[in-house]
Design a protein around this ligand. Structure first.
Ligand SMILES: [Zn+2]
Length: 274
């Protein structure tokens, strides 16, 4: 129960199922980069014991008497801000629960509810459309999903990566232009927008003039809003947008965080219940 990559069982007695609660038997749970930052205390705001796991998919086991949108047996997902995915079951208020579309294999749903939501939400908010060119910097958990959405919106995706072996994967993931070499600058056309999605350690520095003269703007985007979760799941299901995943059985949970932290997974790790 201290900063690091080792997790331990944390038995507790859950609250009884309230009127608006849904009890979900967890089948799949994604391990997010944010989970790793949190358990390592990379953001210096973790308190221990810490419970993580916010990409949760499973079947409804019980519903409270006031729940009308879900019933026993429904395949559902729960994303941010809920915690507790690395468990057998979870009780959560119905407003945080989403139906997983039938045409989507549920094993793909956990990363879509977090990484997929993170990259697709700003594309919807910015109104990405035909003839837009969308540059994706970094092909990892977020980027490999981000390069799949623009073409489904009629736009063009261009991937930027330090690693040449990701060029082939980028091309496989979508019909895109992959620019794969070490680069020092990202040139954005006048009035272009840079949207920051990941939250690494450290800071960014730049000269203000680099933004003023070309009228380039920088903004951040945080996943939020249940309508965007539903839109992401439905859009991904319809356009066959899928994360690349590697599965671990839940009993191997102590191997998974170290593996995710190593940067080796291609690209998302999903725990499957035993
Ligand atoms: Zn996440």
């Amino acid at each position: 129960m201290k900063p690091g990559l080792t997790v331990k069982p944390y038995p507790y007695k859950p609250r009884s199922v309230g009127g608006y609660d849904v009890e979900i038997k967890i089948k799949y749970s994604g391990i997010c980069g944010a989970d790793i930052h949190a358990i390592k205390n990379d953001w210096s705001n973790s308190t221990y014991p810490i419970v993580t796991g916010h990409e949760i998919v499973g079947k409804v086991a019980t519903v409270g008497e006031k729940v009308t949108k879900f019933k026993e047996g429904d395949l559902v997902g729960v994303g941010q801000p809920t915690r507790g995915g690395f468990a057998d079951a979870i009780h959560v208020e119905d407003s945080y629960v989403h139906i997983i579309p039938e045409s989507l294999n549920p094993v793909y749903a956990p990363p879509l509810m977090c990484a997929g939501l993170t990259v697709f939400t700003p594309m919807l908010r910015k109104g990405i459309k035909k003839a837009n060119r969308v540059g994706i910097v970094g092909i990892g958990g977020l980027g490999h999903l981000a390069i799949q959405f623009p073409s489904a919106l009629g736009a063009e995706a261009i991937a930027f990566s330090h690693s040449s072996n990701k060029r082939e994967q980028s091309l496989e993931l979508d019909e895109i232009n992959a620019v794969s070499h070490i680069f020092n600058y990202l040139f954005v056309t006048p009035s272009g927008q840079i949207v920051l999605l990941a939250l690494p350690k450290g800071t960014m520095t730049f000269h203000v003039g680099e933004l003023i003269w070309p009228e380039v703007s920088i903004s951040g985007s945080l996943l939020r809003g249940r309508k965007y979760v539903d839109k992401t799941l439905e859009f991904a299901a319809k356009h066959n947008i899928r994360p690349m995943i590697e599965c671990f059985p839940l009993c191997k949970i102590n191997k998974a965080p170290k593996y995710v932290d190593s940067g080796k997974p291609r690209y998302c790790v999903v725990l499957e219940s035993d």
